[in-house]
Design a protein around this ligand. Sequence first.
Ligand code: ATP
Ligand code: MG
Length: 386
Amino acid sequence: MERAVLLRYHEIALKGQNRKWFERRLIQNAQKIIQREIGTKINVTQKRGRILLHTPWNPQVKTALSHVFGISSFSPMRMVETNWLSLEKAANEEVSQLLKDHPSLNSFRVLTRRSEKALGENSMEIDKILGAAILKNFPFLKVSLKNPEFRVGVEIRNESSYLWTDKNEGLGGLPVGTNGHLLCLLSGGLDSPIAALQMLKRGTQVSFIHFYGTPFVESQVLEKIEDLVTIINRYQPKAQPLYVIPFGKIQEKIALVTHPRLRTVLYRRMMVRISCELSKKINAQALVTGESLGQVASQTIENLSNIESVSSLPILRPLIGFDKSEIIKYAEKWGTYETSIRPSLDCCTLFADRHPATKSTSSQLEREEARFPVEEFIAEALGQIL
Ligand code: ATP
Ligand code: MG
């Protein structure tokens, strides 16, 4: 009896010509992320529309698969010869094992899908026949088609069929590495880590840049950023680097000559310019930020467009329409919440007014920027990358 783990995927199945390439990427990503978790490389086979991982099922494999974008669901399953005797026997053994682990279960249904027409009966008939075979052995169980407490899943195929009782929801999205390379401006809050993860979900690879308020903020900030990068990198097949830009001294110099209420946006414009320069060096194609419209004074449409206008790359803002409560839900789901809420001071507030201007204009900002050497500060920052 062979056991394997069955991966299902939706969206990538729709990709026409590119489908094979997407599938290969998904397989490689799953292999790498599992290998990182369990320490050994696993074998994989591919059957039309399905991926089989040849590995025993255990909590580490489950954890690894819950970090792989592109999977719609996954099941530990066994492969069974496609004949009635083997199917009935296997179904009863699986149910017996399940009831040993969860004795209080009492309603079920069989759910068959005929991927290949190996048996004469249609899928509803197969449901009935296997259901009856299970009831014969476990007469205390009830069949419930609408609200079963567990399902026995069957996928009929010519060579061998698949059978499972456990189906885990996957992350969905596209495999990381199928949609380019982004640079995420990562601060220590709740938002930017979720912005990075949203873009990973769409298949991009993400590197990180942090503007570090040293020597005016404590080094705890940096530990927090590094911890967040470690969490996010678990979702990428290859961990991507964090670039830390010492920024406090530059902010201090900007603060000496500029209006306090414009400084937050001025800092952000410098961050964007520096990030665009770094992107050229590391071949990143766009920036990602955690901005959400109207969330704070610096995120009004006027300020966002004045930040955007100094960028030579597109700025992606996947959270633009999110409420804070939605962002928190993702932070809990994806595992960044506990780290993000650790107290820390972000450099944006350094030397800045507590009430930044909500309606900066480009002429105001340009006037302020004429008072300090923008290009020189960009070069200085890039020369000091940690
Ligand atoms: P977050 O929760 O991500 O910290 P926020 O709600 O605190 O965001 P802002 O402080 O206005 O909002 O920052 C908006 C975005 O600017 C952040 O999501 C992040 O992408 C970027 N950003 C802000 N500060 C930094 C920093 N020190 N280093 C890198 N990026 C930053
Ligand atoms: Mg912040």
